[in-house]
Ligand binder design. Structure first.
Ligand code: C2E
Ligand code: MG
Ligand code: MG
Ligand code: MG
Length: 294
């Protein structure tokens, strides 16, 4: 009223952009600080064998509860860490910590100690000294290599399949197991199952979600299981939430599962250690070339 105000959408967009950029920088700064000062934690989610549902291991999942930002989900801070290069230090910390904690889980009455799966980003895998990091994490912790499983996603393989396969073969020669994570989430090619030295294929939650209701997805899961098995890979279903899904997945021949039906991610604790040692399932020890499950 009685005034003229100029609205400049470009200026507004600029101001908004700089807000976003500032917030991102602030988050990056705080994440770096968290990595350096022990501000991250690991939670562990059980991996179970099908059809029995016995715990065979866990997957380590990074958690960040920041004093100012609150809980930041991995789907936000992992991509940020990948874009800024912080993933190298973050990933090294995860690897070291998961190996150290898992080394403290006794074999218990079953005689076979639980495995621990660690997510490895494509950026990390491409580092020249990645293999050294794995060797060091095993040596420092004393964890048997067979108890460590590294999970990679197809993005790593797609950028440079030859280099990725060579790198993974070096890791597997240490005795460490390998899993392809989130299979089916992107442009997953079945040829990857053959090109990479994998022990395990993890079928993405988006398929598992619809396995009991969508026949097209059920057909795809069945095909992946068949292809993986015929190549000597085992198959795990991610994000299993209902009995009905578990029943379907068992009927399809899935070897293992993870999901809220069996257990949510939880911090390391004496109770978790106790459960892992009691319920770690014993199986035939894999011979050379035999299919191994993470
Ligand atoms: P992911 O490796 O595929 O891990 C599985 C994700 O599914 C986890 O999410 C887990 O909490 C969630 N989940 C498990 N069961 C269920 C279920 O029954 N229902 C539903 N709705 N969700 C379930 P989270 O912990 O939020 O992690 C998300 C992603 O962040 C991970 O997906 C992984 O790609 C990445 N991530 C987490 N920790 C690390 C890490 O240490 N390093 C790297 N490079 N990536 C990580
Ligand atoms: Mg994973
Ligand atoms: Mg996954
Ligand atoms: Mg994922």
């Amino acid at each position: 009223r009685g005034r003229v105000a100029h609205f400049d959408s470009e200026l507004l967009a600029e101001a908004e952009t700089s807000d976003v950029v500032r917030a991102r920088h602030e988050m990056e700064r705080r994440l770096r600080h968290a990595i350096e000062t022990g501000g991250l934690a690991l939670h562990y989610q059980p991996v179970v064998a099908l059809p029995g549902g016995q715990v065979t291991g866990v997957e380590a999942l990074a958690r960040w509860d920041d004093a100012e930002l609150g809980v930041v989900p991995p789907d936000r801070f992992i991509p940020l860490a990948e874009q800024t290069g912080l993933i190298v230090d973050l990933g090294r910390w995860v690897l070291q910590t998961a190996c150290r904690e898992a080394a403290g889980w006794p074999a218990g009455p079953t005689g076979v100690a639980a495995t621990v799966a660690v997510n490895v980003s494509a950026v990390q895998l491409a580092q020249r000294d990645f293999l050294d990091d794995v060797v060091r994490a095993l040596a420092d912790s004393g964890l048997a290599p067979e108890r460590l499983c590294l999970e990679i996603t197809e993005t790593a393989a797609i950028t440079d399949l030859g280099a990725t396969a060579a790198r993974l073969t070096q890791v597997r020669d240490l005795g460490v197991r390998l899993a392809l994570d989130d299979f089916g989430a992107g442009h997953s090619a079945l040829s990857l199952l053959r090109a990479l030295p994998l022990d395990l294929v993890k079928i993405d939650r988006s398929f598992v979600e619809r396995v009991a209701s969508d026949t097209a997805d059920a057909v795809l899961v069945r095909l992946v299981v068949e292809a993986a098995h015929s190549l000597g890979r085992r198959v795990l279903a991610e994000g299993v939430e209902s009995d009905e899904q578990a029943r379907q997945l068992i009927a399809m021949g899935c070897d293992a599962a993870q999901g809220w039906l069996f257990g949510k991610p939880e911090p390391a604790s004496p109770a978790l250690t106790e459960r892992l040692s009691r319920r770690a399932v014993s199986g035939p020890r894999p011979g050379p070339g035999a299919a191994r499950c993470c």
